[in-house]
Design a protein around this ligand. Sequence first.
Ligand code: MRU
Length: 354
Amino acid sequence: MSGPEPLQTLYWKEDSLYLLDQRLLPGRIRYRQCRTSADVGAAIREMTVRGAPAIGVSAAFGMVLAAREADRAGTGTGGLKRTAAALRGSRPTAVNLDWALRRMERIIESFAGDAAGELSAALLEEARSILAEDISTNRRIGAHGAALIPDGASILTHCNAGALATAGYGTALGVIRAAAAQGKELRVYLDETRPLLQGARLTALELIQEQIPAVLVTDSCAGYLFSAGKIDLVIVGADRIAANGDTANKIGTYILAVLAGRHRIPFYVAAPCSTIDPNVEDGRGIAIEERDPEEITTFNGVRIAPAGIEAFNPAFDITPAELISALITECGLLHRPCRAGLEYLLAKGEKEDE
Ligand code: MRU
């Protein structure tokens, strides 16, 4: 049984990009209208939109807006490189941002010297393709991953790797959706995911909408859940996967992988091939975004830690490849991810695109 249509993360309408303001969920449903590329950059930085694939798609539309701005100002395509660089820097860990921007830059390069209006139209077409491909990719990830989920499974997930983190359907949550759609009985434990509570606010909302039985727990509950035998498998998304399989995802993911290893429970990562970064050798090369310490010293705008305390707020951590049981991608499953396996997957993905 499926519930109401999931909320739309983003859409393009009449020359603007509309982003569901995820900071307000689940209490309020409001879309932020982005009329300029700077609006899109601000929305990504401020986490109106978040989740690696969703920010990649948003940045692609940001480039459409940038081309239109250049067109109106008659400044040519020179400034578009600067806009791409600014968008790239808006959140440094998720490689999907860079991946989507590269696709847009290829279009710009191929248009050098041509009429600017045509360039905007071509960029809009590319951004729309990136959006549509993201949803179909997630459905394929779901189909491959569902095979790993036994009927009756108790699943632990972290952060939000659902429809809200993508253009639709989701990666880790897409696998859970696909398994539920096959009629499997599931129970999902979801970490609240401090400090921004993507689990408690967003994943909880998606699971309720899907009518999949779900239980919210604090992040520090994980050890107890494993030792009480309540978890059969863990599934999370990813922001960047290095060439050797080391994976960056929301802070707290590494703790779950260590616990899963200790308790011999499968730990799965679900992500599109665009999250694999062959240019980064291993996890040490992945830039970890540090966010404002105020996110942890305050709660809902109210100070909870005493003034004067130092706080450290990295948004992601690295799970070493050896702790990952399998990577679930649109091109198939990769058990025990390693350099050669990832190269094979990327080559397979390129072949399928031809
Ligand atoms: O800081 P966020 O909310 O953008 O972090 C999101 C995550 O860590 C997700 O797990 C990841 O982007 C995968 S989303 C399909």
